[in-house]
Design a protein around this ligand. Sequence first.
Ligand SMILES: Cc1ncc(COP(=O)(O)O)c(C=O)c1O
Length: 385
Amino acid sequence: MPHPTPNSLTARWRPEFPGLERSVYMNTCSLGQLSRRSMDGMQRFQEQWLSYGASAWYELWLGEMADARARFARLINAQPHEIAILPSVGVALSVIGSSLDFSIRPEVVVTELDFPTIPYQWMARGEEGAELRLLASTDRVQVPLERFAQAIGPRTGLVATTHVLFTSGWVQEIAAIARLAHDAGSLCLVDGYQAAGQIPVDVKAADVDVYISGGLKWLLGGPGIVFMYVREELIPQLHPTTTGWFAAKDMFKFNPERFEMAEDARRFEPGTPAVAAVYAANAGMSIIEEIGVETIRARTAKLDADLIQRLRTAGLEPRLPGDMARHAGIVMLPVDAPAAAVKALKERGIIIDYRPGALRLSPYFYNTEAENQALVDGIVEVLRG
Ligand SMILES: Cc1ncc(COP(=O)(O)O)c(C=O)c1O
């Protein structure tokens, strides 16, 4: 198969990501590439730290946080005051979990294909009354909507599931899931860590109550920063007990006698965030905005299709959904010893990841068809060896 020259989008953006010169990097679903812009952002953070110390830090940092809220809000069609900044998905779930009452509606509906942090959260809250209802997959790719419909009922207090599934790339119908939840009087929370940036997200159209994503992967912002959207009408009804001074309405009053919570999503922020990560994430999201998510989606889908074809030409069979329109970014290739294959590929300068029983491949807009071929050649060599 020919190695076409990179398309213009890829050619324009590759120099922005110097790490692409160091390896064939096909692992954005674990960690997005570091951009020059994010490096500049973190450098700016260091300069401000050096120059101002604590004399202006909150003004500068809170300003950078406000920018980050606004950028993420634009990406998912939300409003900045509906966005909280947190260090990880696990912490975001803990804060939301601490604001729920499981005494009347104890059941939390989750699927076995959600990232384990999601079921763990409700298992850990068993003593508070939470009961996990884990939906099985039919094929390790998806969980049919009928299974949600069957499981959600009058005992369901929360449906907590994922937008793009981390071991299949399947795009769940979050609007339909939210409708099922709401019709039964339940809330709906969506983990969009594998979605925002690489596919269009509209939380208002989907009508979800909580949507979580972050810098690490497709938003190109690195670790340490997660955004949590909470629908504005829901904010005043939730009173997290995992909390701190950032959640106070007037945090700079430092009043130990009275705790009035912020009216906006800041009430879900317990304290000072990983500030360098906020700078890196703003830079990453500025790239996503500049290119446009629709353009990114089209280019990545093309690269996925190209990779799948090259794998098949080499006699390899990826595990894929029947409906490729519902697939995004993550190509799973079942193999016998994935950890050993990942290690051997790393020695050849090819970076991918694995999950139990399969290699996990995830080209992004900055990758090329030539890299797809190098990856396939590497896999063939390693599996033969
Ligand atoms: C879908 C999904 N959710 C959550 C996580 C982990 O979240 P955190 O480490 O921020 O708690 C991952 C992987 O890193 C993921 O793929």
